[in-house]
Design a protein around this ligand. Sequence first.
Ligand code: TEU
Length: 579
Amino acid sequence: MTQNPTTPTSTAPAAQLVHDGSRHADAWWRSAVIYQIYPRSFADHDGDGMGDLVGITSRLPYLRDLGVDAVWLSPFYASPQADAGYDVSDYRAVDPLFGRLEDAKAMVARAHELGLRVIVDLVPNHTSDEHEWFRAALAAAPGSPERERYMFRDGKGPDGSEPPNNWESVFGGRAWTRVTEPDGSPGQWYLHLFDPKQPDLNWELPEVREEFESILRFWLDLGVDGFRVDVAHGLIKEAGLPDWDAELHLLGAGLKGESTDRRPPMWDQDGVHEVYESWRRILNSYNETGDSAGDRIMCAEAWVTPVERAARYVRETEFHQAFNFDFLETHWHADKLREVIRASYAANDSVGAPTTWVLSNHDVVRHASRLGLPIDQPRPNGIGAEDPQPDTELGLRRARAATTLMLALPGGAYIYQGEELGLPDHTTMPDEVRQDPTWERSGHTEKGRDGCRVPMPWEADRPGLGFGPSEQTWLPQPESYRALAADQQAGVPGSTLELYRRMLQVRRELSMGQGSLLLEESTGDVVRMVNDAREARVQVVANLGTDPVDLPDGAQVLVASGALDGTRVPSDTAVWFTA
Ligand code: TEU
């Protein structure tokens, strides 16, 4: 039931309707909770210390029991692993590290049997430099059709020894590398917005577009339910590749209007959208009955601000979902959270798209660690032993409250593996074991993303905390993971795992993903909302202040992120209740 914008409620005297759930159809992806599996670190079957597809398949019942609707797997394709698999050398093959194509088929079949949909990663902005196309490009001459598939340019200066422009790589250092021509002479330069082992493709070329359409069909034919599209805002570059002087380093920088009104020439160019329109047509063609249960979907990884600009990716002819990174980036302030919630619904609702909430993934410091840092500092790219350490207890407390707030919001949500255990980052990892290219490329100024990619702790008393049959883990697990292992939390009241299970169960039973959202403005440090769902009006209080907040008389608590003090909600705690 939809409320009028000013309907009074017991705790929400001035609640505004910020999202009207009754206006949207019930397609699964509009409200799905999707669990991100990071294949290197989920479960190891063969004992080499690296996760694999058979390991993933064996742990799928855990995810069914957790109560998620789908899984998204980061890349498991053939890859030299220069960027943990985001450097793909064969888009239709499984890397032997992770298994065989047959294992992927078995994984999809088992997931479907358990009622879980499967989303795979697609990396279209760049290939590996070991992809057959790039090898052919290096062997061919400047100006050849082989080079045309990538972004080769002559260098500047009399001998071409200066890069074609001043762009920097996201991982640090310049975004261009000079090649040696087949005859041994110093040659052209190629563009790589990420690592030199990740040459950018030329998306102006029809052959590149056709190849990716064929790759989409390959995985759709194999039975996957959709794609998470890597760097969806990067495929098209501004014509002429003009210099860019604002800081590029974090993808969001320069997009927020602090320094310039101009859009960075490498991100969010209008030309990307026609690529996604053609992909959407392909996805639609795979739904033969037209019943939304058969929808195959795509989700954009587009670090684009403001939310109005990001909403262009989820117009009905393009992506189904786009990660709400503005929400992920929002600091622990009630007024900022209210503002991002309001603005996100306004932007996405204007194009008829769901809002897709997310707090953690394999690229950012986990929210249990992030929220244990001083509130107003910028999000660090990794935390090292000599950096100021997060307050672990406070971080977990806030992380549980933040997730309780997030999962009360109508729309879709992504959960990153391990957050249901309350895992922090490994913040004291020895530098020698770091593998993220960021660490080297930044000249050791940025730790990078290894801290959030540590193998999962399943069983406290097993070697490698039950990650696999051996004691090997490709990154070391911190000692704190032992007490957080899944077997230590399953069935334990108040554990983070049981909190997630409970929230997902209530959310599903009450159809909260499809609800309407009323948000109370100006309530200081307390976020107060109502999820007006089909089966109930669920009230939400998230207390970001220092003083406890009273629940109204007769409140029936459905979920609490932490222990309550009678009817009082302590600091950094969130509650769902009916009244
Ligand atoms: O990430 C895009 C990206 O550039 C950011 O996530 C960035 O790495 C991060 O903000 C740095 O703090 C995607 C993948 O998710 C990432 O793992 C890959 O490294 C990257 O693309 C290249 O494929």
